[in-house]
Design a protein around this ligand. Structure first.
Ligand SMILES: *Cc1c(COP(=O)(O)O)cnc(C)c1O
Length: 389
């Protein structure tokens, strides 16, 4: 089946549910069993599809979303957790113990770095950072203690691309697993399991939910790694409630069509910004002159609405004057909802393996508003910037 069909059908079974299109929202903590033997059997098979033992381990509502996400992303099985960060942590914890080493790209989501450095560091797990553009060169950093190579392409602050198949080849040669943060690709624009990835994590909070109202994370993997990954997620206890799962499923059904509009608006804005005298460069791998464009073109089928803009040097107060008066671009963390966002970012202090030495940087999420209104809002923003200079 083609992508749009998978997105609208996966995880649904109306015939099992009175013909109703969407699955019911099952609220559950206690799940009962008729006999001791049935209870035992359920516990033994607890990570198999459609086996339910306790509300923390999910309900048929969870299964509907998990099957849909796995099908869209191209993996075998998925589990949903209460946030993207919980999903990242569960994925990483499935594979490390004291004395192990994680290799992490320098452009990944900041709190994932913090979890590795501060939290795992206390338990004797070492994290070493590498240039996201290293490709197969990562082999030189892998040693016998390396269990995980963790990447995010493009990184959601600086938008550098990683050659994932090259990284995966080096990782697999040394027996390490490759974990990717696939939030930018949303499971639609990028199919991690076709590029050598073993475990794919998404902040479903972003495009899957798509409406800025629910926190959720997903971990998708292949059958071989499923028991470890699923157990790790269960050990964290970071489950999500069925109402939120339902909203994520509702969001997923329109994911492909929303992404097409986010891409279109994002690219129009990116090209418009490239022409502005206030802009040094636009960080967007779908632009032909972006350093990551060749990799994006090879591995992705599209772009979402999130990209970066490096401004020409300007006083901080001028950039603030621009951002403070925006009408349609709100300032706030997260992205992937229907609305446009703009955020001042400062990638430099987060990085340790590479130097980020650029002008003032903002991150834009192109929402679904009319493109002319968005351009007019940015245009007035630049007027404020120039007046305040
Ligand atoms: C937001 C985000 C996360 C974390 O997701 P939460 O649901 O906010 O915990 C992880 N990775 C990326 C790339 C993100 O943008």
């Amino acid at each position: 089946m083609k992508e749009d069909t998978v997105i609208t059908t996966a995880g649904r079974d109306p015939e099992a549910n009175f013909g109703i299109v969407n699955p019911p929202v099952y609220h559950a903590s206690t799940i009962t069993h008729p006999t001791v033997a049935a209870m035992r059997a359920a516990r033994e098979r607890r990570w198999e599809p459609n086996v339910y033992t306790y509300g923390r381990h999910g309900t048929p509502t969870h299964t509907a979303l998990e099957e849909a996400v796995a099908a869209v992303e191209g993996g075998d099985r998925a589990v949903c957790l209460g946030s993207g960060l919980a999903a990242i942590n569960a994925a990483i914890l499935a594979f490390v113990e004291t004395g192990d080493r994680i290799l992490m790209a320098d452009n990944v989501y900041g709190p994932a770095r913090r979890f590795c450095d501060s939290f795992l560091g206390r338990f004797g797990v070492e994290t070493v950072y590498f240039d996201p553009r290293i490709g197969g060169g990562v082999a030189e950093l892998i040693d016998e203690r390396t269990r995980i190579v963790y990447v995010e392409t493009p990184g959601s602050l600086t938008f550098e691309m990683t050659d994932v198949p090259a990284v995966a080849e080096a990782a697999h040669a040394a027996g390490a697993v490759v974990i990717i943060d696939n939030t930018w690709g949303a499971g639609v624009l990028y199919k991690p399991f076709e590029h050598g990835v073993d475990v794919s994590v998404q902040a479903a909070t972003k495009y899957i939910v798509g409406h800025s109202d629910v926190m959720m994370g997903t971990v998708t993997t292949r059958e071989e790694l499923w028991p470890r990954v699923r157990q790790s997620a269960a050990d964290l206890g970071a489950n999500c409630g069925p109402d939120d799962v339902y909203l994520a499923l509702r969001g997923l059904r329109t994911l492909a069509v929303r992404l097409r509009q986010h891409q279109e608006n994002g690219l129009i804005l990116a090209r418009w910004l490239q022409q502005r005298p206030e802009v040094d460069r636009v960080l967007h791998p779908a632009l032909p002159d972006d350093p990551g464009h060749a990799l994006w073109k090879r591995d992705f089928t599209g772009a979402c609405g999130l990209f970066g803009v490096v401004l020409n040097p300007a006083p901080a107060k001028a950039v603030e004057a621009m951002l403070d008066g925006m009408k349609l671009f709100s300032m706030g963390a997260s992205w992937g909802g229907f609305e446009s966002l703009i955020l001042p970012t400062n990638p430099a202090p987060i990085r340790t393996a590479t130097v980020w030495d650029e002008g003032p940087t903002v991150r834009i999420h192109a929402g679904l508003e009319d493109i002319d209104d968005l351009i007019a809002d940015l245009e007035r923003g630049f007027e404020r910037l120039n007046v305040a200079r």
